[in-house]
Ligand binder design. Structure first.
Ligand SMILES: [Zn+2]
Length: 469
């Protein structure tokens, strides 16, 4: 019984696995709410993909359930405890620039190319075949195994919200929706705005008419623009701006006429989980403008930005710096900056905090700083950190399986981003992307290597069996 050759079992079924995966990938399961119905709230594409999998599951003898078109599950085994495999069948829109049909699921040079091949329909089918193999081998299980099928992972996670309102939380489980070996810790993620609250005058010889940079909390802005109006040596400012741009290896231009000057600055975009990987155009422009004697209101805004955020992505000046051995530093990305004399200034922040950090305390500290300098913290939203202990049986089992199947060490990875696994209480992200492979999720010509699909299926099969036996 213990001598199952998992890879061989998958290889026997390889042709069918590929065919079923291709059929699945040919369904354009992009969110289409405008054409949603009560039974298919996210549109027909997503509903077709959900049915494709649920119908296949019923035919293969799994218990299947559709939760109002929001989510579904396929179950096997018996027992009190439940092992959860969390997948999603929705995909992001294909975008431009493909060299093949994004929904053609063609195979070229061993690559199965399609939107969703890697994220997350390919691995979903791998996990499905893993369950199917265990079922066909009639292996005895002492727990139930459930594939939980989400339909809204790429947008608002309404699928898992709805699902766990009505269904039990698995004892433990994994999401095949990120990287191998094992992602066991994810920082907490808080988004919020800091809004200027001041009655200072916006009249002066030289006024800031507008300042704007960035559109998303979780991205480092790669463009910023400011418009100034008034008297003074505007041409001299343009010259100084060019020197500033050069000194910081940026790209920018200053355009001036009689009484206005516009500064445009290009930075380098990066994911908000590590602001230091980019060059924040908004912060650079704010630091350039700080030395000029602008109107009181603009100065108040720019001083705040400079004192607490320029050159400091760790919250040191704000007094909220924090670090732990599991997930590293607390980071702050200034994703949005905007100012007009009428509305005043605001910053949109994306704060990622370590698993042992207490967000309530951090938020209180932030509010105190803000109060002192006439800013207000608003629009707060928070996704808690996620962490499964190194010694948890889930981790121990997945490590053993991964090492046996690949011969590589199953290192535990912690990340600043959030994976689907955080919607499980005791869950980790486990594959499908092997170390060293390019991450082409959400990109044109997204692919999964057929060999990796087969290998992942073998890993999932053994993992599910070892967790549920
Ligand atoms: Zn995904």
């Amino acid at each position: 019984m213990e001598q199952i050759n998992w890879l061989e079992e998958v290889t026997k079924r390889k042709d069918q696995l590929i065919k079923d995966t291709q059929g699945f990938l040919k369904i354009k399961s992009v969110l289409d709410e405008e054409n949603g119905t009560p039974a298919a709230p996210f549109g027909t594409g997503i509903d077709d993909a959900l049915h494709y999998l649920l119908d296949k599951g019923s035919e293969d003898g799994f218990t299947s359930k559709n939760l109002d078109g929001y989510a579904g599950h396929l179950e096997m085994g018996s027992g009190d405890e439940l092992i959860g495999i969390l997948c999603h069948i929705d995909v992001v829109p294909e975008g431009d620039g493909w060299s093949v049909d994004p929904y053609g699921a063609e195979i070229h040079d061993g690559k199965l190319i399609a939107r969703g091949s890697l994220d997350d329909k390919g691995p979903t089918m791998a996990a499905y075949y893993a369950m199917k193999i265990i079922k066909e081998l009639n292996l005895p299980l002492s727990k139930r195994v459930r594939m939980i099928i989400g339909t809204d992972e790429e947008s608002d996670w309404r699928c898992v919200d709805h699902y766990f309102k009505h269904e039990e939380m698995p004892t433990m489980g994994f999401a095949p929706d990120a990287d191998f070996p094992i992602i066991y810790a994810e920082k907490g993620i808080a988004d919020f705005d800091l809004v200027q609250k001041s009655d200072l005058s916006s009249n002066s010889d030289l006024c800031l008419e507008s300042f704007s940079s960035g559109r998303r909390y979780n991205m480092v802005p790669d463009f910023a623009e400011a418009k100034l109006e008034g008297k003074g040596d505007l041409q001299g400012m343009v010259t100084e701006f060019q020197e500033f741009v050069q000194k910081n290896s940026l790209v920018g231009r200053g355009i001036c006429d009689e009484d206005t000057v516009i500064f445009q600055l290009e930075g380098v975009s990066a994911h908000g989980m590590e602001p230091d990987h980019g060059k924040n155009a908004g912060l650079y422009l704010a630091s350039f403008l700080q030395k000029y004697s602008l109107d009181e209101k603009a100065k108040h805004y720019l001083n705040f930005v400079n004192e607490y955020f320029v050159g400091d992505s760790r919250g040191r000046s704000l007094g909220v710096a924090y670090s732990d051995d599991i997930t590293g530093d607390l980071t702050i990305n200034v994703g949005k900056l905007s100012y007009t004399p009428e509305k005043g200034g605001s910053l949109g922040l994306n704060l990622r905090y370590p698993v042992t950090n207490n967000m309530d305390d951090t938020k209180k500290s932030l509010e105190e700083v803000c109060k002192k300098v006439s800013f207000e913290l608003t629009n707060f939203s928070d996704s808690k950190p996620h962490h499964v202990d190194k010694d948890h049986p889930l981790i121990q089992t997945l490590q053993k399986v991964y090492e046996e199947q690949t011969g590589e060490e199953a290192t535990l990875v912690s990340i600043g981003g959030g994976t689907y696994a955080r919607s499980l209480e005791a869950g980790v992200a486990f594959g499908p992307l092997f170390p060293g492979r390019p991450d082409v999720a959400h990109q044109k010509d997204e692919f999964i290597l057929v060999d990796d699909l087969v290998k992942a299926t073998a890993i999932y099969a053994q993992a599910i069996y070892e967790l549920a036996k």
